[in-house]
Structure formats: C-alpha cells, structure tokens
Design a protein around this ligand. Structure first.
Ligand code: AKB
Length: 315
C-alpha cells in the first residue's frame, strides 16, 4: 500500500502538495511533517507528525512505524536565506537529502522526490531556453547545494538503484502559503501589496526576467513525475521545468488591467545579483518527451487567479 511522507509540508510547495496527494490517493495515504510541533493551519485536517529532517533516528522510526513507501523531501533553505547562513544551508540541504537517500538505499522506502531549482545554473549558463544539459557554475550557496544534490541523486540511482526523481523548479507563485527566503519571492509579494495599497517596492529591477510557474502547475508536475513509469525516467539528476518568463514590469502591466492605479518602485538589493546569475527561460523538452509535461497557466491566467485569492492579512 502506498504511504507518502511529505517532509517540509508547512512550506510554500508542501501545503499544496499534501492537499493534491490526499485528493489523489486518499487522506490515509499521506502524512504531513514539518519541524514545528503544531500542525500548519492549512493542513489541520491532515495527519501530521512533527519531524526535524536532521534527526535521522526519528525519521527512520517514523518511516518504519508508518510503513512509508514514498518520501517527498521539501525541507530546505532557499537562495536568499542560504547566502546569510551558508554552513547551516549546506547542512540542512545536504544532510537531509543523505538521510532520505540512505533509507531508500537500505530498501526502507521505494521512491524519493527531491526538489532542485533553476539556481543550479549560474552566470556562465546560456540565459535563454536554458537546455537540460549545459554549463552549470552556480554562484550561490543554495545553487551549489542543489547542484551537488542532483549529482548525489544520480549517483544513488546509478550505484544503488534508488528511484529518486527531481525537478528544477522555477520561481513558484501561489496564494495559500507565503514563500520564505527566496529570490523569486517578489513575484508573490507583489500581489499582496497590489491588493493592500496598490503599490509595491521590488527588490529586483524592472528588467529582471526569470522563469516562473503557478503552484497548481508545479504540484501537478511533481505528482506526474512521481507517478510516471520508472522506465520513462531518463534524467536521474533533475528535470528542467519551464513555465512562463516575465519581468516585474510585465507583471505590473498585467496587474494594472485589474488595478489601474497600481504603482511599482524599484530598490534592488543583494537578491539582484542572485537573479542576474539565473536563466531567463528554460527549455523543458526532456520533461515533455519523457513524462508528457505541459504547463497550463500563462501570465494573464496566473495574475487573475492570484488577485482573486490573495489575502493581504497573510502579509
Ligand atoms: C528561490 O528564489 O530561492 C527559489 C528557487 C528559484 O529555487 N524560489
């Protein structure tokens, strides 16, 4: 019987992923876990176990007691936070992954999902339609940890037959849970400010183009990849995933169609350098060919759904 453990379930991806997995496989098949003792509000109807991914003994006992088959490991420090605490970022992002890959290697679980990011690319990577395989010289702590993690995933697959699957997420946009500590967070924050007082100060400049995706597409991609037949999976490091690409100016113009007096100011900070090192758009041909990936949300649809649903009280 399938039993899924989502680690880091209280975060931006985790909350929506747990709900999608429950609707697909039933509530009894999914356990949400995160470092906090109390269950996140959005998951109050879900089975919840507090768990620190660095506590390997507790992780192992939860996996054994609950007869877990699949783990989605989402606990990580994102790009902006990782630059401020490089050692802890490395520890959390790498040790957590090792703990889970070892469980799979020892046959305690069957399948692992681990998120990578466009941060694996760096300033020397081709910026437009960045291919699956290309120059990868990341310049951020987060990117270095994601790139190393990808190679570990490929190594555990190659040497130990571990079924680990991964996606290089672009910036993710959602309204249920606020993102925390990422460079692409401006593309979420902007909606809360647009609804609150029709004004936003962006920490990246007007011309910063980055690959982005609406959360519904991202969680659907995650489950589609995990449920694809094993023989279809040809990339064992991590799949490129494209969605849409836009600048803060593009976003402003689309928001102004709903809120005509919306204003944006620019005050770039250290996150500008991080954004400048990342691709502007992603070629996801491999994901399309191997497991039929196709995104659904374009910019107008994304802006419409976000403005209808964001609650400025969450800010
Ligand atoms: C971040 O900005 O750090 C993340 C990412 C692109 O992985 N959203």
């Amino acid at each position: 019987m399938k039993k899924i453990l989502v680690i880091g379930a209280g975060g931006q991806i985790g909350t929506e992923l747990v709900l999608l997995l429950e609707s697909k496989f039933g509530k009894d098949a999914v356990i949400a876990s995160d470092i906090k003792e109390e269950c996140p509000k959005a998951l109050s109807d879900s089975k919840y176990i507090p768990l620190n991914i660095l506590d390997n003994d507790k992780l192992t006992s939860v996996v054994k007691e609950e007869k877990v088959t699949d783990i989605y490991l989402l606990a990580a420090l994102l790009s902006a936070t990782a630059e401020k605490d490089p050692k802890f970022a490395w520890k959390l992002n790498m040790e957590g992954l090792f703990n889970v890959l070892e469980l799979a290697k020892d046959g305690l679980i069957k399948k692992v999902f681990w998120p990578s990011s466009i941060a694996v690319f760096g300033p020397t990577t081709p910026k437009r339609d960045t291919p699956q395989r290309t120059i990868m010289e990341p310049s951020t702590v987060y990117g270095i940890s994601k790139q190393a993690g990808e190679q570990w995933c490929a190594w555990y697959h190659e040497k130990h037959g571990v079924d680990v699957r991964s996606i290089r997420y672009p910036g993710l946009i959602s309204y249920s849970t606020l993102p925390g500590g990422g460079t692409t967070d401006f593309a979420v924050d902007i909606f809360y400010h647009a609804k609150h007082n029709a004004e936003y100060t962006s920490f990246v400049d007007d011309k910063t183009m980055l690959p982005m995706m609406f959360m519904d597409d991202a969680v659907r991609a995650t489950v589609e990849l995990m449920e694809a037949p094993e023989e279809n999976i040809k990339v064992h490091s991590s799949y490129n995933l494209g969605g849409i690409s836009f600048t803060p100016e593009d976003l402003k113009e689309e928001i102004q169609k709903h809120i005509p007096d919306f204003k944006i100011n620019y005050a770039p900070d250290f996150r500008q350098d991080i954004a400048n090192s990342w691709p502007q758009s992603i070629d996801d041909k491999n994901a399309q060919e191997d497991w039929n990936w196709k995104h659904e949300f374009d910019l107008p649809k994304l802006v419409d759904v976000m403005l209808k649903n964001v609650d400025p009280k969450l800010m």
